[in-house]
Design a protein around this ligand. Structure first.
Ligand SMILES: [Zn+2]
Length: 197
């Protein structure tokens, strides 16, 4: 089932999400719906707050970043082909390496892309959809997608990483998104705008 994606301006996107346990109702159905929702919107990651649930869960599928250029392989794209994962109650324990810029987008902030700087390598612990526990490191685009989604469960958006000036330049576009004044080819839920007075 395709779920509506919560748009910029909804308070759920600014909230630190809660951990879940094995008793969380209909978790596998939720994960399945999140994948369907993400693929329908051509995303490479989706965090639970983006579908209105303030829980520490996100999914990724980096296949669209798979590198098919054999002559000049992109080192940041190594192994992206089979990079499909579920992260439950993740904790980024360390980030290291030089910061590098990448033009990020977000399904909750359609049609805006901006350069965001993040460190290259992360160490993360998490449970998968079967509650197997992992401690792993990721780098390049894998780390990038995880860092972006992890931010979501911390209540942080990629626009929060931009300079004050850049955010000011985007403010009109962002307020249009929260009012639903944007054409998007997937289902979205826009924050309710309270009428004045
Ligand atoms: Zn996002």
């Amino acid at each position: 089932m395709i779920l509506p994606i919560v748009a910029y301006g909804d308070p759920v996107l600014k909230k630190e999400a809660e951990e879940i346990d094995k008793d969380y109702p209909s978790l596998s159905k939720l994960i399945e719906d999140m994948f369907e929702t993400m693929y329908n919107a051509s995303g490479v990651g989706l965090a639970a707050p983006q579908i209105g649930r303030s829980i520490r869960l996100f999914i990724v599928d980096g296949s669209p970043f798979a590198d098919d250029d054999e002559d000049e392989p992109d080192p940041m794209a190594a192994g992206m082909g089979g990079f499909k994962k579920v992260f439950i109650n993740p904790i980024i324990t360390e980030e290291k390496g030089d910061e590098w810029g990448f033009n990020e987008g977000c399904l909750s902030i359609p049609k805006i892309r901006e350069e965001v700087y993040r460190q290259k390598t992360i160490f993360i612990s998490y449970f998968d959809e079967n509650w197997n526990y992992y401690e792993e490191s990721f780098d390049g685009y894998k780390a990038r997608i995880i860092q972006h989604e992890y931010d979501h469960i911390e209540g942080i958006l990629f626009t929060d990483h931009l300079s004050v000036l850049k955010r000011k330049l985007l403010s009109k576009k962002l307020s249009n998104i929260s009012k639903g004044e944007i054409i998007v080819d997937y289902k979205m839920k826009f924050p309710v705008i309270k009428k004045g007075r």
